[in-house]
Design a protein around this ligand. Structure first.
Ligand code: THU
Length: 165
């Protein structure tokens, strides 16, 4: 009889859950408030799903952006990538050290954070790798808890990176 040996591995994710905005650090609370204030600027006439992201640069400056949709649906731009692009156009070599992301659904009051799509996870993780710096991710829906992750890479276990090229 042939014995097949397998190795089972697991990857775990740790993140902090905070019940109230005041439980966050003052800087993270401010970042979340800037994202929440930007939500109405979302251009989302097709999905009506609003997303806003506020990115804090290394020097403390904050840049925010929203999702921008297009009648040719695949052209839709997510808020997270728009915020990274806005940060890079402000300061091409700037490290984004934290990003707050918030969402508003047209059909339900979301009480648990929505986390970034796969494409945004890839781009956020590469921003970290490129700059050799972790980006704290602060997630919140319209109401409910805040999830705070130490690093964008935590959102993309076994992700693809330039190390493979
Ligand atoms: N969206 C984002 O802005 N970020 C994400 O990570 C997920 C989805 C936007 C794209 C589209 O405008 C709308 O949300 C619905 O998918």
């Amino acid at each position: 009889m042939v014995k097949i040996s397998t190795i089972k591995k697991s990857i775990s994710l740790e993140y902090d859950v905070f019940a109230r905005p005041t439980d966050l650090s003052a800087a993270d609370q401010e970042l979340y408030e800037i994202a929440a204030a930007a939500l109405p600027e979302s251009y989302s006439p097709y999905s009506r799903f609003q997303v806003a992201a506020a990115a804090r640069l290394e020097n403390g400056e904050v840049v925010s952006a929203c999702n921008t949709e297009n009648a040719a649906y695949p052209m839709c731009l997510c808020a997270e990538r728009a915020a990274l692009a806005a940060a890079a156009s402000r300061q091409p070599t700037a490290k984004v050290v934290a990003m707050a992301i918030t969402v508003k659904s047209p059909s339900q009051v979301l009480a648990e954070p929505a986390s970034p799509c796969g494409a945004c996870r890839q781009v956020l993780a590469e921003h970290e790798q490129r700059h050799g710096h972790r980006m704290r991710i602060i997630l919140r829906a319209e109401v409910g808890p805040f999830y705070v992750l130490d690093s964008a890479a935590d959102l993309l276990p076994l992700g693809f990176s330039s190390d493979f090229l």
